[in-house]
Design a protein around this ligand. Structure first.
Ligand code: GLU
Length: 299
């Protein structure tokens, strides 16, 4: 059987904390157990917030934890061409449209009375996009572009589902959850076309400020690196159906997914960059050892 390929994919926009350590160690331990491969991918799409010194500090923390990985690491900032090519192919198939909305426009449209049933639950990027720019005419789009207005590119979710053969076919798409979703979801998880339309909606695949979105980049990169198991926090479980749909649209393989519990602070909030005392650098400075840290994480 081919070796498993695990990955840890941090964004160098702050310091690694206990939650990151849990994720990285879970993936690394799994790779060791199966004599598989372990990769690190630097998710540095956001050129404003991601900084080389933060990347160096992250890699230093990971080494201290006892991890090693294949060199060179892959950086998303070096992969813009691959993202642009995939966008061009989706655009040619008529599955994307430009969205000129600002955050304020979207909030205003969302707060207007909605037709039909009440607002669906939030999707992985917040409430589903209300569709304002989906219905712009071609001349209107051309005018706005000509005036220099910046735009994002959104996936027309209904058209994407139709392009794959319709809701019935999409409902047969699935992924294998070898960890657990936030509500105990495990095993074979089927895509729900209704959920894709109502919860996720027309997700952005390229943003106004950079030429891809997390969803597109992560899907393409996991395929490019031959990742067979995606280990990550259960907060991303809701994004996985989008990644599965993109794999189908772009002809990429589907890895298995291991979503894991989140590490929380004393108030039960998931750790974030604000929890400076839970940063690995702070814990290291206090003199904690990697073994003690593993114990603290029940690993
Ligand atoms: N870069 C993401 C993060 O730091 C993780 C993405 C993923 O594992 O799919 O939260």
């Amino acid at each position: 059987m081919a070796a498993i390929v695990e990955r840890f994919a941090p964004s160098p926009n702050g310091a690694l904390h206990l939650g990151h350590a849990f994720s990285a160690l879970t993936a690394w331990d799994a790779a060791q157990k199966k004599k598989g491969r372990f990769l690190v991918r630097i998710e540095d799409l956001d050129r404003q917030r991601c900084r080389p010194e933060l990347e160096a500090a992250m890699l230093e923390d990971l080494r201290w934890l006892g991890l090693n990985w294949e060199e060179p690491v892959l950086r998303q900032s070096e992969r813009f061409e691959a993202y642009t090519d995939a966008l061009a192919s989706l655009e040619q198939r008529g599955l994307l449209y430009p969205c000129f909305c600002s955050r304020k426009d979207i909030d205003a449209a969302l707060s207007a009375p909605q037709e039909g049933a009440g607002a669906a639950d939030n999707g992985p990027d917040g409430p589903a996009y209300p569709g304002v720019c989906r219905n712009l005419s071609e001349p209107e789009r051309a005018n706005r572009k000509a005036s220099g207005a910046k735009f994002a590119l959104r996936l027309d979710m209904r058209k994407a589902i139709a392009a794959l053969g319709g809701g019935g076919v999409v409902a047969k798409l699935s992924f294998k959850e070898i960890g657990q979703g936030p509500n105990g979801e495990k095993g074979r998880i089927n895509l729900s076309p209704e959920q894709l339309v109502e919860r996720c909606g027309d997700i952005a695949l390229a943003r106004k400020d950079f030429p891809t979105s997390y969803h597109l980049a992560v899907t393409l990169d996991d395929a490019h690196q031959g990742v067979t198991i995606v280990t990550r926090g259960e907060d991303l479980f809701g994004a996985t159906p989008i990644h599965r749909l993109l794999q189908a649209l772009l002809g990429r393989p589907t890895p298995h997914y291991r979503h894991h519990r989140l590490i929380r602070d004393d108030l039960g909030r998931r750790l974030a960059k604000r929890d400076k005392d839970k940063a690995l650098a702070a814990l290291r400075a206090e003199g904690i050892s990697p073994e003690q840290l593993r114990e603290q994480l029940s690993l």
